[in-house]
Design a protein around this ligand. Structure first.
Ligand code: F6P
Length: 471
């Protein structure tokens, strides 16, 4: 296969410590398998105008990163990407703060990425661009004369046109996706929303049910639910649960059951709503008081954005309220921690937990849900309580599916999870686990790349079949 070039805003440079974010978790193993180049932001904001690309190599991956200038960071990352696209794509029109200046910064950084990337490109590279930060990147490359195969995968939700069209200048931004050869989504719903946008807003001719003509190219739309390395994560969890760290946590619970939640501090994750649900649970099921501890691990994220700081305060207050109202000198109902934990530590904690609370208000996929399932002991598994609005709910249908906006309902689900008979827990876990083994991370990357650039023997046989048909 031609060289694979991954482009994403965040680059998972090794040895940078534990960082939250599903994108890096998903890309690294895929790229490790294929080898290739990973290009993106270094994570640094330069004092003066940044100039050069920094190159580092490890295993068979070359990392190429660029710094961002202060204004670019502000307008592109804190501004348009995370205060306009992030809320709108998560169906939160009420939180979007659009300015034309930030849109300008977003387009400028995409040009800047294209300018540096093209110096590293070979004509036959296959380029795979990730996430909402880089929607116009293919256009920027095409404008510079690059004809490579370019695919785009969006890790977060893609809402219906009724929501997207509230984005000022959507008619310049969303059609830029037509410069990719393949546009991939987490779920059928997201893909159908994009197809409807193309039909309603762009009026482009369809080539088939899932592809359309754009200039002299055909653009394909696909669904590729991102997975985890299911069996490897299960092995990691088996080892991790025996580590000193996990034993110490379990010891500190004094035999109480543990419920776990792990999320970046982000309003899309529904953490305040989840706190209310836990509060309802303690109020409605008093027998559980003193017998269960809810551990919520929530690393801070995007701290330069006001909505994130507001949310941090809101969650802190809710935790204080619950612990104040229900806690005892010998029992703290909620343990709330802002420190990021290593994958190993999380794997062990998931396995040790009786229930996993994954209740985003809206989520592209949510790999915590999948890792929680992968980590369980099949003989005595914990129960996944999962928002119906997470992409993972399409696959983990045997979880207890809940509406995160209904604290009473989520509180009931917590009670049901903690009281669930062993046989039902086993059946639900086994059903979810099987699905996650069938669609693990290697399938995700493999399917995307095969659709973007079919292997040569497949192309040959298709050409032969077509030629035979023509005769
Ligand atoms: O998956 C969505 C995403 O925005 C990724 O693109 C990103 O790596 C992760 O969440 C963490 O967000 P951020 O890069 O803003 O810290």
């Amino acid at each position: 296969m031609a060289r694979l070039v991954i482009v994403s805003n965040r680059v998972g440079i090794p040895d940078r410590g534990a960082r939250p974010g599903g994108l890096e978790v998903a890309i690294r193993p895929a790229l490790k398998r294929h080898g290739g180049l990973w290009f993106g932001w270094s994570g640094r904001v330069a004092e003066d105008v940044p100039q050069s690309v920094k190159i580092a190599a490890q295993d068979n991956i070359t990392y190429a990163t660029v710094d961002l200038a202060k204004d670019d960071y502000q307008e592109f990352y804190n501004g348009f990407a995370n205060r306009v696209l992030w809320p709108i794509l998560h169906y939160r029109l009420d939180l979007a703060e659009f300015t034309r200046r930030d849109l300008g910064g977003y387009v400028r950084v995409n040009q800047y990425f294209a300018g540096h990337l093209e110096k590293l490109l070979r004509p036959d590279d296959v380029i795979w661009v990730h996430d909402y930060h880089l929607m116009p990147l293919a256009k920027a490359l095409r404008d510079r004369g690059h004809h490579n195969k370019i695919g785009f995968f969006i890790h977060i939700p893609f809402p219906p046109p009724e929501i997207l069209t509230a984005l000022p200048n959507h008619d310049q931004l969303i059609p830029a996706l037509c410069h990719y050869d393949l546009v991939g989504f987490q779920t059928e719903v997201d893909a159908a929303n994009f197809a409807r946008y193309i039909a309603n807003e762009c009026g482009l001719p369809w080539a088939s049910g899932n592809s359309f003509h754009f200039g002299n190219r055909i653009v394909r739309i696909g669904t590729f639910p991102v997975g985890v390395e299911t069996e490897a994560f299960a092995r990691l969890a088996r080892r991790a649960v025996e580590t000193h760290f996990v034993r110490e946590v379990l010891g500190s619970l004094s035999g109480r059951s543990m419920i776990i939640g792990v999320d970046r501090l982000d309003y899309s994750k529904g953490i305040p709503e989840r706190m209310s649900a836990f509060e309802r649970f303690l109020a409605n099921f008093p027998d559980w008081r003193g017998k269960v501890t809810y551990l919520q691990i929530t690393p801070r994220s995007r701290t330069g954005i006001p909505e994130y700081a507001d949310m941090g305060r809101e969650v802190g207050e809710a935790v204080g309220r619950i612990n104040g109202a229900y806690g005892e000198a010998s029992w703290t109902p909620v343990r709330y921690i802002n420190k990021a934990h290593s994958r190993t530590a999380l794997a062990g904690l998931y396995r040790a937990a009786r229930a996993g609370l994954v209740t985003p208000l809206r989520d592209g996929m949510n790999l915590v849900a999948k890792e929680f399932v992968a980590a369980q002991n099949a003989e005595d598994p914990g129960v996944l309580i999962l928002s119906r609005f997470a992409g993972a709910a399409h696959e983990c249908a045997a979880a207890l599916l809940v509406n995160p906006y209904d604290p009473e309902g989520v509180g009931n689900a917590i009670n049901r999870a903690l009281s669930m008979p062993l046989e039902e827990r086993r059946q639900r876990h086994s059903a979810n686990f099987k699905v996650l083994v069938r669609n693990d991370l290697s399938h995700w990357a493999g399917r995307f790349l095969r659709m973007l650039e079919p292997p040569e023997d497949e192309i040959d046989s298709r050409t032969l079949v077509r030629a035979a048909g023509a005769r």
